[in-house]
Design a protein around this ligand. Structure first.
Ligand SMILES: *[C@@H]1O[C@H](CO)[C@@H](O)[C@H](O)[C@H]1NC(C)=O
Ligand SMILES: *[C@@H]1O[C@H](CO)[C@@H](O)[C@H](O)[C@H]1NC(C)=O
Ligand SMILES: *[C@@H]1O[C@H](CO)[C@@H](O)[C@H](O)[C@H]1NC(C)=O
Ligand SMILES: *[C@@H]1O[C@H](CO)[C@@H](O)[C@H](O)[C@H]1NC(C)=O
Ligand SMILES: *[C@@H]1O[C@H](CO)[C@@H](O)[C@H](O)[C@H]1NC(C)=O
Ligand SMILES: *[C@@H]1O[C@H](CO)[C@@H](O)[C@H](O)[C@H]1NC(C)=O
Ligand SMILES: *[C@@H]1O[C@H](CO)[C@@H](O)[C@H](O)[C@H]1NC(C)=O
Ligand SMILES: *[C@@H]1O[C@H](CO)[C@@H](O)[C@H](O)[C@H]1NC(C)=O
Ligand SMILES: *[C@@H]1O[C@H](CO)[C@@H](O)[C@H](O)[C@H]1NC(C)=O
Ligand SMILES: CC(=O)N[C@H]1CO[C@H](CO)[C@@H](O)[C@@H]1O
Length: 482
């Protein structure tokens, strides 16, 4: 007799505890790993949910038929348009959701549309804030019109700094006062449509900014000094942040709303304590905590309904205003190689690397020690301003390679970013191309990935085309005849 399908389903959901854990897949890289390789990487690591920051057609094509649940993103820069135009919202939903959506294996299983990415971040000021709710409502209306509203939920990822507690105790949590009105609107909107509250939690940044939070407390260590909040005891930094949010939600009248942790992780380079080994400890602590489903003191037995790890891969073009560690959040390096080997809740199975990755040739650019190096530091700083030298920062993996090793690191970074073009290893005659890997200890001199140049040519054509079009318009404005 064949097994009862319901029983098989129950059994599957028991042996696949990862169902509620997904990853963020960002693409701010100069040489991104091809989308098809990334989808293979997700599959071989049994990742069943992925959160994107946009709706890149190449990424969506690669995800088609994968059965992976997908969160699409709408960049902050588009919020103004979607607030003011229902038509624009409908076009976006048609082009990026309806076109790909599928319940079954053939298309993309779109689960959420994230409106904006941390639009309320304190450092953004009022830049995006006034447009968020209007944009969310218009996207929601467009989904309803497209008959997709029961399957695709509209959410707004809120940054860790949308809620605070001056005393550091969860029971004193509240939303930032400049957000009072907006948060009530957002929560009313979300609960009306049965959508969860998306929040980013950053134990790494809390640890960096708050002298009162110990590393052990942040890393879920058993021996960490507990924090008492009247009769409730906190054993780790995650629960402390989470319950601060729960209090903030309760104060506005939404104590029961579902919470999704949209972004949580630990960087591995570019700052003190940003190392693979500490990241490994953090991830293991987090995953174990989530899989135990104990919840938090304010929500016992009621953990976040989903959690998205930040991030899948390192991205060498992320904005580093908030720190050089920003480009090193990946569980995998830019080329899909695991940084650590924690147990992802799958028995003894370790993270699986990306396979058959195509690199540029094994060549590096270093400084020529036989030359007069008096201008080398200036050249290196110039190179760093347009490439990625974050590993050289204090606490970084290349911080203690001595001069002029750090100059070589900068030259190589620039050279790789420019696809190893010979003229990108010039530096006023100070550069030298070598086939001997200059990496030392943990300091890796990387070789970039092969990317398809046809894409570049295509973009160049488009660029020329836009320039001609603009020239045409301006000449018309100025009264020239073409
Ligand atoms: C989504 O839809 C818009 C509007 O049609 C389109 O311009 C865009 O290329 C699509 N993809 C992304 C990443 O927004
Ligand atoms: C958002 O759009 C609405 C409707 O078009 C408009 O009334 C409102 O002024 C817009 N908000 C902002 C801040 O521009
Ligand atoms: C710092 O921690 C101690 C005990 O761990 C606590 O009593 C105190 O209120 C905390 N202060 C802040 C500002 O978080
Ligand atoms: C926000 O709410 C808090 C209490 O909930 C109140 O004390 C504060 O004045 C409010 N701020 C604004 C700007 O409305
Ligand atoms: C927290 O409270 C428990 C029991 O209520 C007590 O044993 C413990 O010493 C307290 N911890 C701190 C750091 O105050
Ligand atoms: C990086 O972020 C800061 C603060 O949000 C912003 O002022 C700056 O323009 C951004 N830089 C780039 C290159 O996007
Ligand atoms: C260093 O740069 C300055 C200014 O660009 C230039 O005049 C000088 O010749 C350079 N020195 C060497 C050794 O290349
Ligand atoms: C840099 O420091 C680390 C840890 O202190 C050490 O293991 C490594 O060997 C050092 N590298 C160099 C090049 O000195
Ligand atoms: C390299 O190291 C030297 C000496 O520590 C320092 O002056 C210089 O700024 C560094 N250059 C870069 C690009 O990190
Ligand atoms: C556990 C650990 O590595 N802690 C380090 C965090 O960074 C500070 C500043 O570099 C060090 O003093 C700690 O030892």
């Amino acid at each position: 007799m064949p097994p009862n399908p319901l029983f098989a389903f129950l059994l599957l959901s028991m042996v696949c505890p990862l169902g509620s854990i997904g990853v963020n897949w960002g693409t701010m890289s100069s040489h991104p790993l091809p989308a098809s390789k990334v989808v293979e990487l997700l599959k071989s690591n049994d990742v069943s949910k992925v959160k994107l920051f946009d709706a890149d057609p190449l990424v969506l094509q690669a995800l088609s038929g994968s059965n992976i649940l997908v969160t699409l993103g709408i960049p902050n820069s588009m919020l103004t348009t979607f607030n003011s135009s229902t038509k624009a919202a409908e076009t976006w939903v048609h082009d990026n959701v309806t076109r790909y959506f599928s319940h079954a294996a053939a298309g993309v299983r779109i689960q959420y549309v994230a409106v904006g990415d941390e639009p309320f971040l304190l450092s953004y000021g009022e830049q995006f804030h006034p447009f968020v709710i209007g944009a969310a409502m218009n996207i929601q209306a467009a989904l309803t019109k497209a008959n997709l509203a029961s399957e695709v939920k509209v959410v707004v990822p809120c940054s860790f700094d949308t809620f605070v507690s001056e005393s550091g105790l969860p029971s004193k949590g509240h939303f930032r006062t400049d957000l009072n009105k907006t948060m009530i609107e957002l929560l009313t909107f979300l609960s009306k449509h049965h959508s969860p509250f998306f929040v980013n939690i950053s134990p790494f940044i809390s640890f960096q900014q708050n002298k009162n939070i110990s590393l052990d407390f942040t890393l879920f260590k058993d021996n960490a000094r507990h924090r008492n909040d009247s009769h409730r005891t906190y054993k780790n930094s995650f629960d402390l942040s989470y319950d601060t949010l729960v209090t903030a939600l309760s104060k506005l009248g939404f104590p029961e709303i579902d919470i999704v942790v949209a972004r949580i992780g630990w960087p591995t380079d570019g700052a003190a304590n940003a190392t693979s080994s500490i990241a490994n400890t953090f991830m293991k602590g987090l995953i174990d905590h989530l899989l135990r489903k104990t919840g938090t003191p304010l929500r016992p037995q009621n953990p976040p309904i989903e959690t998205f790890i930040f991030s899948l891969l390192d991205e060498d073009q992320r904005n580093i205003t908030s720190g050089n560690f920003e480009r090193h959040w990946g569980m995998f390096t830019f080329d899909g190689q695991a940084k650590y080997h924690f147990n992802f809740g799958q028995g003894s199975k370790n993270l699986v690397n990306a396979q058959f990755v195509e690199y540029l040739p094994s060549k590096w650019c270093v400084v020529n020690n036989n030359k007069d190096l008096s201008n080398a530091t200036a050249k290196a700083l110039e190179a760093c301003s347009v490439s990625d030298c974050t590993a050289l920062s204090p606490g970084g993996s290349c911080f203690n390679i001595s001069w002029p090793g750090n100059i070589s690191y900068a030259f190589n970074s620039y050279y790789q970013q420019h696809d190893q073009r010979a003229d990108s290893c010039d530096f006023g005659g100070l550069g030298l191309i070598t086939t001997v890997d200059p990496s030392v200890d943990n300091c890796r001199f990387f070789v970039e990935l092969q990317t398809s140049h046809s894409t570049f040519d295509h973009e160049a054509d488009l660029f020329l085309w836009i320039i001609s079009l603009m020239a045409y318009f301006f000449s018309c404005l100025l009264g020239f005849t073409w």
